[in-house]
Design a protein around this ligand. Structure first.
Ligand code: URA
Length: 194
């Protein structure tokens, strides 16, 4: 084969100089993102989250759903684009759970409004049904199944409130269970849950 544009699948048998090449296994990692880090794999104003992951070729990895610089919590990182697609695509309705600190006490009807969908500034369609659990007057859990730009902050702005702290604690069935700034490989069950 001399055409480098030909796509190969991991089941294909590829020979080089008489030797069969074996594909590198994909990697699946969770990171507990600290404040003031960015999810891009190049430093831009703030250091990249990828500096925290001390594996070979960390910069071949990509994140499955970014967090803002001022958001902490669970970030999934992989080099398997088909796997991350299942998490990112709105078609699969993957749940993400955020712990949200608010500027103003939560108003009773917000849970219903989020359940019905709200119109975010600059969008043409309502947000998908979201679940709000009230932990305290200014402390809530929000579960959403999409990942629009700054979605959580814009949802609270749409109901006249403001997010003052934001932390992602769960994606699908995967719970954040490591300390701030740490990372670990996902278990087989976690990988297969998507
Ligand atoms: N929604 C936001 O507004 N910011 C995040 O980082 C994640 C979800």
């Amino acid at each position: 084969m001399t055409n480098e544009a030909v796509q190969v699948h991991e089941n294909n048998c590829i020979m080089l100089d008489g030797q069969m090449l074996t594909p590198r296994p994909s990697r699946y990692i969770m990171v507990h993102k600290p404040l003031d880090t960015i999810c891009s794999n190049v430093d831009e104003g703030y250091p990249s989250l990828f500096h925290l992951i001390n594996v070979e070729r960390a910069f071949d990895l990509h994140v499955a759903g970014r967090l803002d610089t001022d958001t902490t919590g669970l970030v999934l990182v992989t080099d398997d684009g088909r796997w991350s697609y299942n998490i990112i695509t709105p078609k699969k309705h993957c749940e993400k759970v955020y712990r949200v600190g608010l500027r103003d006490p939560i108003v009773v009807d917000v849970a219903t409004r989020f359940q019905q969908g709200v119109l975010l500034q600059g969008e043409k369609s309502l947000t998908r049904p979201a679940k709000l659990e009230i932990l305290g007057p200014k402390d809530v859990l929000l579960t959403i199944t999409e990942g629009k730009f700054h979605q959580v902050k814009r949802m609270f702005a749409a109901v006249g409130n403001r997010v003052v702290s934001l932390h992602r604690q769960k994606i699908g069935e995967i719970n954040l269970d490591i300390e701030l700034g740490q990372w670990r490989y996902l278990t087989t069950d976690e990988i297969q849950s998507f």
